[in-house]
Design a protein around this ligand. Structure first.
Ligand SMILES: *Cc1c(COP(=O)(O)O)cnc(C)c1O
Length: 421
């Protein structure tokens, strides 16, 4: 049986414009605020703070910049290094999410910190609070945690926050993927001492690029604004006492973001419908959709699934290639991703865990059991627990574009079902 290829490519997650964006961009153009100053930036900061239930938002060129300024401020606060150069975390261990985009923790490295990776919780796909407790047992002097919400499906960031407070550590919440998601009714992006959100092109709303740093600390917000504009002192000339960055959001980009915010809830509803159609379409397959933790309300940014262990066909991955062997009644992420691509739909592997990345192979990785990586591919079986490696091995992100029609999604579901034939 031959599936009909999709006429139009279905993307993993593409931008969805509504018209207001152009109005605000045009306003910037016509008033000549073609700069990193202007009404759109002020509005984005107001709306972002209000939406995330934080007091202050600082509009920046991207979420990675927000994370960097958060890391830098945390380093200074904790270790008292003046920001005259990079290295606010020089030689200090920082507990970081393991199964995430590397942008979550690259800024730790920019500032000389040493990421220590904390394993993922099977029930939530987010940082495991039990493994985090274990990490504090092993390294009680660690004072900073960087934790991300995965694919818009939050875990218990409130638990992570409590654990940080208990150990006197600061929390940076990377809510890049989770804008509009909630935990017990509280917005993601409101749990960290610092939080970061992203308007990257494939996020749930977009400015084509951009991000915000969120904080309840006015001094921090002002500091971030200063650092992000090359650290100019208050003087009639260019006066500098510390190193700066060129991280401020453009007023043109801010126009797009401003035009997108009113549609956040609509995008969430569309993404939720996508998730539920997959769930229904796969209900008799040996797969699970990404978990929804009790008390949380996801934003459903990316639908993802994981194949039951017994129904995995053989799959091996090295540092750049993947191979699998077809077995009747079974499938694996590589087969599904290749088949989707063949029929004009874009899926994606799960974020490859940081402890498996060549650049972090020497870094510590802490699971519920303590320190160490599994020696074999039996990540959960055989007495070794590595939840992140297991989800990476058996999971994948599904085409989750909010503009995909129900008919197009039926074709995609059919293509995936056939992989299990
Ligand atoms: C997208 C993303 C980022 C980076 O966002 P940018 O705005 O592109 O810098 C950081 N962390 C996570 C988890 C992301 O998904």
């Amino acid at each position: 049986m031959q599936a009909t290829a999709l006429k139009k490519k279905i993307w993993l997650s593409s931008p969805t414009m509504h018209g207001d964006e152009l109005k605000y961009v045009t306003e910037a153009y016509e008033t000549n605020w073609m700069s990193t100053v202007g009404a759109n930036i002020n509005e984005v900061e107001r709306i972002a703070a209000e939406k995330a239930e934080m007091k202050y938002a600082v509009a920046l060129s991207c979420c990675t910049a927000a994370l960097h300024l958060a890391v830098k401020h945390a380093g200074e606060t904790l270790y008292g290094k003046p920001a005259i150069s990079h290295g606010a975390l020089e030689g200090k261990r920082v507990f970081c999410s393991d199964m995430t985009f590397d942008a979550t923790l690259n800024p730790v490295v920019y500032e000389g910190g040493i990421p220590v990776f904390v394993d993922t919780e099977a029930e939530s796909w987010n940082m495991d609070p039990v493994a985090l407790e274990k990490a504090f047992e092993m390294y009680p002097d660690v004072k900073l945690v960087v934790s991300a919400e995965l694919y818009g499906f939050p875990g218990r960031m409130d638990r992570i926050k409590q654990i940080c407070e208990k150990h006197g550590a600061l929390l940076i919440e990377d809510a890049a993927e989770a804008m509009g998601a909630t935990i017990d009714g509280r917005q993601c992006g409101s749990f960290g001492n610092y939080s970061a959100i992203s308007y990257n092109g494939n996020k749930i709303i977009t400015g084509s690029a951009g991000g915000c740093l969120l904080t309840n600390d006015n001094e921090m917000a002002n500091k971030a604004r200063k650092w992000s504009t090359q650290s100019r002192e208050n003087a009639p000339w260019y006066q500098h006492e510390e190193v700066g960055n060129n991280y401020r959001m453009s007023n043109v980009v801010a126009g797009v973001v401003r035009g997108q915010y009113p549609y956040l809830e609509e995008h969430i509803a569309q993404k939720k419908a996508v998730y539920e159609r997959y769930k229904e379409g796969f209900k008799d397959l040996p797969v699970q959709m990404n978990p929804i933790v009790e008390g949380t309300q996801p934003n459903y940014w990316l639908s993802a699934m994981i194949i039951d262990e017994e129904y995995m066909c053989k799959q091996v991955r090295d540092d750049s290639k993947a191979l699998y062997s077809k077995e009747p009644g079974k499938s694996c992420p590589t087969e599904i991703l290749e088949t989707l691509a063949k029929y004009n739909a874009e899926g994606r592997p799960i974020w490859k865990p940081m402890h498996m990345q060549p650049m972090y192979r020497m870094h510590e990785f802490i699971t519920r059991e303590g320190s160490g990586r599994c020696k074999t591919n039996a990540y959960i079986a055989g007495g070794c627990v590595d939840v992140g490696a297991d989800i990476f091995h058996r999971g994948l992100c599904l085409p989750s574009d909010n503009k995909m029609t129900a008919e197009e999604q039926t074709v995609i579901i059919d293509i995936i079902r056939r992989c299990f034939a």
